[in-house]
Write a protein that binds this ligand. Sequence first.
Ligand SMILES: Nc1ncnc2c1ncn2[C@@H]1O[C@H](COP(=O)(O)OP(=O)(O)O)[C@@H](O)[C@H]1O
Ligand SMILES: [Mg+2]
Length: 393
Amino acid sequence: MRVIGLMSGTSYDAVEAAAADLVLRGDVLVMRPLGHLSVPYPGELRELIEGFLPPSETTARAVAVLDTGIGRAFADVAVRALRELCGGEADLVVSHGQTVYHWVEDGTVRGTLQLGQPAWIAEATGLPVVSDLRSRDVAAGGQGAPLVAMTDALALAALPGTPAALNLGGIANLTVVAPGAAPLAFDTGPANALMDAAVRHFTGGALGYDEDGRRAGAGRTDPALLRELLNDPYYRRPAPKSTGKELFHLPYLLQALDAAPVPEPDDVLATLARLTAVTVADACRAHGVTSLAVSGGGAHNPVLMGMLAEELPGVPLEASDALGLPSDAKEALAFALLGFLTVHGLPGAIPSGTGAHRAALLGSITPGRSPLRLPEPAAGPPRLLRVTGEPVW
Ligand SMILES: Nc1ncnc2c1ncn2[C@@H]1O[C@H](COP(=O)(O)OP(=O)(O)O)[C@@H](O)[C@H]1O
Ligand SMILES: [Mg+2]
């Protein structure tokens, strides 16, 4: 089955598309990635999303405008992916949409909202669309996150020791596969969310992120601010847990800066990069991680990666590319994989990761132009992901 995965993370910088051919052979899921596209959100849409996210108040009109705008942006990218990555032939589109609210109360996720109306994608491509993958896990008592854990767990299953996968998006999430134990997956805390908010704040909105970590690299970690930030109870809460920009946003940072003032913006950026490195390293140590495969935009920040290596001596770090999953495409591929599981009648969430009381089938299905035909249900779930450059059928 040829599947296109579409994703935009909490950084709402771009729509990522990745295509793959997938086939289940016994308990091995074979994946041939066909390439990926990263298409920045149109500036106007990005501003709309920015003005819409917490702590802003909003209106039903704004929800409708964004649901349509994001749906259309995803549809445009899906059409390009179909043409440019798939030679015009694909069976399914899987869309994560854009998270606009991840509703957490006392550590329990009560709801999660991804916008990006799938009707636009189905109409533009003629293909069936699997969307809204998180809600079903929430309904089964889970956090609805991290959903990339299924791909990580299958990709890491054959590795020695206690391997882990780390994605450094707006939020950092970690999947740990210890021998003989169910995979563990959780958000460790902010990856780029606070750094991006700080850069936007310090540059009056002119810049969106600290390119190549230049500003963090020019600054020095401020111990008092780092202590203040590390005081957040989120880091001490046991997994399963997930978080988002409802917590880690600019007002949160400004409040910490009130308590521990730091006059030099570059020092703030250095401290925020250190916060990410320390909280990821603490999580890795707590679970005995012996190797780490890193993906997401933060993997392009050499200062952040350098700090992570300092905080985790003896733990080899490499890009997820080493597992066959290109660092910038991993999340979109992960959603392609989840949609493949859904249409084959297989659960996509891992209860030991999301905390759900059972592994639910994920997503809602929007028919394409033809009557909806689903494949025969699979005999059993995959245990291993094999990524190949060769044709799979
Ligand atoms: N060259 C770079 N230098 C520093 N940071 C980078 C670089 N490239 C990407 N990033 C960071 O990665 C973020 C986007 O990462 P991404 O994986 O798309 O996150 P998300 O899944 O939250 O959208 C940007 O907002 C930025 O903070
Ligand atoms: Mg992104």
